[in-house]
Ligand binder design. Structure first.
Ligand code: SF4
Ligand code: SF4
Length: 138
């Protein structure tokens, strides 16, 4: 069975430190500058509940989403847009600020060597190997 690597997120361990955003933007900035807008991972923080949700960018779609709905987690409703991995025309996340090129996680190259996983000392991000049939579409 063919396998591939992907990053598994455990939001229960995320502290919202955003070191992953810094590490990703450093990896993808030609000047070696920290710019979270270049990061392929964004941490959405719910200050009211003191919860953080790391979202890793997925595929680009040029279609405007027509199936907006809310997600309920632990009894609280979140807009699905906030937690979506796609880069799309209706949302500024995961778009390169100057060129508007969509940003997609490339696992930091081949073979995968994710900077975000390396700096996440809290264990919220983990590189795992999954069988293709069990893998989520990326
Ligand atoms: S580095 Fe880890 S703990 Fe910190 S915000 Fe990113 S995923 Fe969460
Ligand atoms: S694996 Fe690399 S490209 Fe993907 S989110 Fe982490 S640091 Fe960014």
């Amino acid at each position: 069975m063919a396998t591939r690597k992907e990053i598994r997120v455990d939001i229960g361990k995320c502290t919202g430190c955003r070191h992953c955003e810094t590490a990703c933007s450093l990896k993808h900035s030609e000047e070696g500058m920290v710019n979270p807008k270049l990061s392929r991972i964004r941490v959405f923080t719910d200050f009211e509940r003191e919860m953080a949700h790391p979202i890793i960018s997925g595929p680009y779609t040029d279609a405007k989403c027509t199936s907006r709905y809310n997600i309920i987690m632990d009894g609280k409703e979140y807009e699905s847009c906030l937690l979506c991995r796609a880069s799309c025309p209706t949302r500024p996340f995961f778009t390169e600020p100057d060129t508007e090129i969509p940003l997609k996680c490339d696992l930091c190259g081949e073979p995968p060597d994710p900077n975000c996983v390396k700096v996440c000392v809290h264990g919220a991000l983990q590189l795992v190997e999954v069988e293709e049939d069990d893998a989520e579409s990326a």
